[in-house]
Design a protein around this ligand. Structure first.
Ligand code: NAP
Length: 437
């Protein structure tokens, strides 16, 4: 028997557990630990609530969690309830799948003003992450700015624009649904420091903006490069840029109350306001031949009482684990961080790619682990789950196991508004209580 611990129950953690489970069958115990009492990480708290088809991958992870030898242990805090050193003592290998849950800071003047919010917090708020249940973003303002030209910026702009009816079938949490229904926001400016050819938005997600009930996307045709230059783009990017061209050609739709305005070639310089965000100061940029942006010296302001920065995420460091502060993730070589210690997913690669990108990651690390501990090799002398259970019990830590989570899930499904899949509980205490019922 071999013993493995996977830290983090998002996509990267589950694909790794799946790969280990397939490799070792019943010859390994695989414990998946999570700080929160609920599994699925990014699937539950990152993927947009109106993108349920993407969230459906959780069914695959459920199968993994219910496989022989696999346990989910929620409510176990690495660094609080158990340390990396202790895990390495009990398990043959430890795989960090802790994701990149913290916002990369804008690092411009005024980025700490009230009303300036990172996307991890804002997305966490509408997705019911317990850490952000009390965020209360200011929605009593007419203008919002979304900084960044990636898919998260699109998610945020779309969620800010939707009517309550458009959230039918989603699992947006009640507090966000209510706040958004009463939102005064009418203009959402999406600020990109480079141009239409440099966006990091995928076509399906960008195309959704063209079908909103109460909002229209606006693109200034003058920002678009000559159409024949689109042939230099890869097919996906070409489709995305075509959406921008279509938005520009359609022009503003006065019949809809909200506008999503794309402001390209605009580099944020500062956020200003009297005690709270009121406007973003940007500098007009031009592209160099290599596609990077340089400031032209021309500045202007964009009104914004809410500023959501969607400029990427970082992995928080763990004491004793090699970390690259510039890249905001664990230092590793092909997933290997140190002796018997590995990283997968965003904690390994940084915050890029789709959910599926984590699959090969997990499988590759499982192969490395199998090379070190051949499945039909000698059994481990480490204590494995029994050792961890004793340690956690001695510290008064009561993990939430997968069967406990299934009780939470049943309660959330039972509480769903008509037409919606679930009503998430947003307080850790409530989640734990539901798990014990
Ligand atoms: P991203 O794709 O890396 O986009 C980040 C954006 O922020 C880029 O446009 C970048 O511009 C900009 N940016 C970075 N630093 C900036 C600064 N200091 N000032 C102004 N702009 C700045 O990251 P993301 O949107 O957070 O998405 C993370 C990953 O999740 C991506 O792989 C994304 O595709 C994926 N995702 C997918 C979906 C979906 O498929 N539905 C939904 C959400 C997220 P530059 O290009 O100029 O650096």
């Amino acid at each position: 028997m071999h013993h493995f611990a996977v830290i983090g129950s998002g996509p990267a953690g589950f694909y790794t557990a799946e790969a280990l489970s397939k490799t070792y069958g019943e010859r390994a115990s695989i414990d998946i630990l999570d700080r929160l009492p609920v599994p699925y990480g990014l699937i539950r708290f990152g993927v947009a609530p109106d993108h349920q088809s993407i969230k459906a991958v959780a069914k695959r992870y459920e199968k993994v969690a219910l496989s022989p030898g696999v346990r989910f242990l929620g409510n176990v805090h690495l660094g609080g309830d158990v340390s990396i050193e202790e895990l390495l003592h009990y398990y043959d290998a430890v795989i960090l799948a802790t994701g990149a849950p913290h916002d990369r800071r804008l690092e411009i003047e005024g980025d700490d003003l009230p009303g300036v919010i990172g996307s991890a917090a804002f997305v966490g708020w509408y997705n019911g992450h317990p850490d952000f249940a009390d965020l209360n973003p200011p929605l009593d303002v007419e203008h919002a700015a979304v900084i960044g030209n990636g898919n998260v910026a699109l998610d945020v702009a779309r969620i800010l624009s939707k009517t309550p009816a458009e959230f039918t079938g989603s699992d947006i949490v009640a507090h966000a649904l209510e706040a958004l229904a009463n939102s005064a926001i009418r203009t959402i400016t999406v600020i990109g420091r480079r141009g239409p050819h440099q966006i990091a938005m995928t076509p399906k997600e960008l195309g959704e903006l063209g079908h909103l009930e109460a909002a229209t996307p606006e693109v200034d045709a003058a920002d678009l490069p000559p159409p024949d230059t689109d042939s230099s783009l890869d097919p996906g990017q070409r489709k995305s840029v075509q959406h921008l061209r279509d938005f520009a050609a359609a022009g503003p739709d006065g019949s809809k109350p909200k506008r999503i305005v794309f402001d390209f070639f605009a580099k944020p310089l500062a956020i200003e306001g009297n005690g709270r965000a009121e406007r973003v100061v940007v500098e007009r940029t031009r592209l160099r031949p290599d596609g990077s942006a340089h400031g032209t010296g021309e500045t202007y302001t964009i009104p914004a009482g809410l500023v959501v920065s969607c400029i990427g995420y970082i992995t928080p460091p763990i004491p004793g684990v090699p970390y690259d502060p510039n890249l905001g993730r664990f230092s590793n070589q092909g997933g290997r961080i140190g002796e018997r210690l590995y990283g997968v997913g965003w904690a390994r690669r940084g915050p890029t790619g789709t959910i599926g990108t984590n699959r090969p990651d997990g499988y590759e690390v499982a192969e490395q682990v199998a090379a070190l501990f051949p499945p039909d090799g000698e059994a481990s002398e480490r204590a494995g789950p029994a050792g961890l259970d004793r340690l956690l019990a001695s510290r008064g830590c009561e993990p939430i196991q997968f069967q406990d989570w299934q009780k939470i899930e049943a309660a959330e499904v039972a509480a769903a508004r008509a037409g919606n899949p679930r009503e998430k509980m947003v307080r850790v205490d409530d989640l734990i209580r539901a798990s014990r019922d």
